[in-house]
Design a protein around this ligand. Sequence first.
Ligand SMILES: [Ca+2]
Ligand SMILES: [Ca+2]
Ligand SMILES: [Ca+2]
Ligand SMILES: [Ca+2]
Length: 339
Amino acid sequence: MSLVSVGTQWPVPGYHSGFQNAGGIEVSATSATKGDIIQVGDHDDAWPLHTAIVVSNLGGGHFNVVDSNYQSDEIVRQHDYQPPSGARFWRMGTVGNGGSLVTGAWYLRNSNSSGGHSVSRQYGATGDIPLVGDWDRNGTVTVGVYRPSESRFYLSNSTSSQVADVVTQFGNPGDIPVVGDWDYEGTTTIGVYRPSNQTFYLSNSNTTGASNYVFQYGAPGDKPVVGNWNGDGFVTIGVFRPSNSTWYLRNSNTTGTANISVGFGRSTDVPVTGNWDGSTGGSNATTIGVYRPSNQTFYLSNSNSSGSSNHIFQYGNPGDVPVTGDWDDNGTTTIGVGR
Ligand SMILES: [Ca+2]
Ligand SMILES: [Ca+2]
Ligand SMILES: [Ca+2]
Ligand SMILES: [Ca+2]
C-alpha cells in the first residue's frame, strides 16, 4: 500500500495485460463468479491498486471477496466489497472443461454458424457445469448439470421444465463430469474424470452406485472428451492435452494407448465434440472442435485429423460455456452456450 501513499511509484504495469497474456478472459461485473479476479487500477488513476478474488457475486455491483492488504494490515480477509467503477474482472481458471454457469441461461442454435439462438432454456444454478444427453432414451437430447459443490448430477428430460427428473450423487470434489452412451443401448449416462489420478469412472445407469468402467487414461492437466470416434455407436473417451494442443482418442473404455492422436486447437481452447455435418452410414463418427473463449469462436472439424476447420464462427459472450447437441433431432450436432 505504500505504493499508493507515495504515488510516485505508479504505474504498476501490466496487471490487466498480465492476466490476459496468461489466458485470462475478461468478464463483466454481472457475470463474475466464484474464483474470478477483481483488479482495480493498473496505473495512477483515481482508483487504488487492489486485487480481490470473488467468493460470491451478491448482485448490484457487490461481491463477497477474499483479499489481503485491503486495510493496509496484511491480513487475508473475507468481506463484502463494492469495487469502484474502474474495476475489471478476469477469469483465469475454469471448472470442468469449459467453466460453469452463472445465471443458468442456455442459448442453443440449430446450425453451426453465427446468428441468434434457436432455443433458449433456463436450467441450473451458479457454479453448475452444463451437460447434454438423452437421459430417458426417447430420442431427444435435453439438458442437465453437474453441481461440483454437491458432486451431484441434475438431469432434465424436459425441453422446458426447470425441475430435475434425475438427481444422482456421483464422483468426488474436483472431478470433471462426462456423459455418454457407453454401452450403445440408447441412454446417455453419467461418469466423471478424476484429474488427480487421471482415471475415468463411468456408469451405465443414471443412479448412484458402483462404476461399470474404471480405468486410468491421460496425464495431469488433460481435459476429458467423449465421442463415437470410429462410428461403431459406442461412446468412448479421450483427452485434450492443453500443453501440446493434442487430442488422444481411444475407441474402447479401457486403459491403453490412443487409437487417434491429432493436434487441433490451442492450449486455452475448450474442447467440444459432435457430428457437425450430420454425416451418416459408416461415417457418423464424432469429430473434434474447440471453443475459443478469448474471441467466443467455435472451430469445428468434420474429421479427426489435423488441418483447417470446416466451420468457424463467432457465438456467445465472454464467460459463456460451450455446449453441443442435436437440439432439433435432425442428425446434426450443433452448438450453444450456457451462461
Ligand atoms: Ca430424452
Ligand atoms: Ca447407455
Ligand atoms: Ca461428421
Ligand atoms: Ca440438429
